[in-house]
Structures are given as C-alpha cells and as structure tokens.
Design a protein. Sequence first.
Length: 257
Amino acid sequence: MAFVTQTIDINGCKLSFMRAGKGVPLIYLHGTDGLAEWPAILDTLAERFDVIVPDHPGFGASDVPQWIDDVADLAYIYLDAVAKLGLTGVHVVGQSLGGWIALEMAVRSTQHLRSLTLISSAGIHVKGVPKADIFMIDPEEQARLAYADPELGEEAAQRVGADKYQQLAVINRIASARYGWQPRFFNPRLERWLHRINVPTHVIWGDGDRIIPPAYAEAFQRLIPGATLTMIPDAGHLPHIERAPAVAAAMQGFLRN
C-alpha cells in the first residue's frame, strides 16, 4: 500500500508526514535514525489501520522553528496535530525517541488517544543501569549496537557509512541532540507523572538491547498503570526491524484487544 506525503502547519511549524491505509488511526513516532530505514511493519499495519508517519521537526522534511526546545514541545505539536487532523481514538506507537514523545503526550492528555505502544522507549533513567551514549560513538558503531545479530549490525553499519547517508546521518544527529543532549535522552520529571497514563499501554523490548537495556522495559511496566510487557528474543534496540514478524504479531494482538 503506497504511502502519500502530506504536510500540515502547527503553530508555524511545517510538519511533514506519510499516510496510508484506512480504519482506526495509528501514529508511528520514529527514533533517532529518522525514517532512513523504513520499517516494513508499517506496511503491514496499513492493511488494518489509518497509519500516519511524521518526520519529527528537524528530521526529514519537517521544519524546526526556533521556538521548539525539547521533547515537551514535540508532545504539544503532536497533540495539536491530532486535533487539527480531526483524529480520535488514536493508537500511538513510538520507538526510542518516539516512545519518549508518546509518553510526554500521554501524561498531558489522553483525550484523543486509544493506546500506547512503546518500543525500546527512551524518556526515563533507571539508577545504576546506564544507556549507550550515542553522541560519543560514531554512527557506524551505533548501527552495530542497535542489532543483536552481528551480521545485521555490520550490514547496517555499512549502509550508514555509505556516502549517500552521510548528510542524513548528520541532520538526524543534530536533531537528536536538540532533544536529548542534556540530560541524555530522559526527562527527570517524567517518571513522577507516568501514573497519569490511563490508556492501555504495551511495552515491547528486545532482550538483547545494548542501547537502552531491558531493565528499562521492566521499569516502564512497573510505573505505567496496567502496562503489559512483551520481550522479543534475540533482538536489539530495533526489534520491529530485526524481528518484525514477532513484533507485528505482538502488536496486532494488543491492538485487537
């Protein structure tokens, strides 16, 4: 199913997004690598849902106005986008940085949200369990760390190292630093408000995640009322790419319910 690119204006920010499918709306919020590697799982979801895939401000074709400072601003942009598009009962799926944005949305308002799916989400800090510092390693090494399978990691590193991806990698890293530089990919105030999330929440994690360790999955399950957890075997930080069939099955089971 072909995705069509559209744009909307949110308070002077041109937000670019791709859209395909019909049915209940589902918004996918990408991670720090943007959409350079298109997750095939989105094509599967578009068979049953109205799938909307935005570029975060600063990534891809979306603007990044000076007034956007942090992930809280992104949360308000997406809440405004939901309202402007006239969406209700929205499933929000967020991976890594996108999961953090989804959490910041949900603690502010779940009025138009139906559920959250958090895949390897950033946003909190677990004491004594460090995350990988993606700003201190080169993009090729980050790509290797993102996969549990060394062969897949090496293939990803070679793709990232290709000339045609160099400029995109720089743009993505600048945008990621804008939102996650200090403190590194978490909001120290977020944890205290996670109890406000009152929609069904599904936490999905790779059991071999070397960027945000699985201890964070357990913390999210504990902190979000009623949250369920699916651990994906033999998967790293990108389980929806590395183990797409298993993640698709887990997601569809949750979303059907």
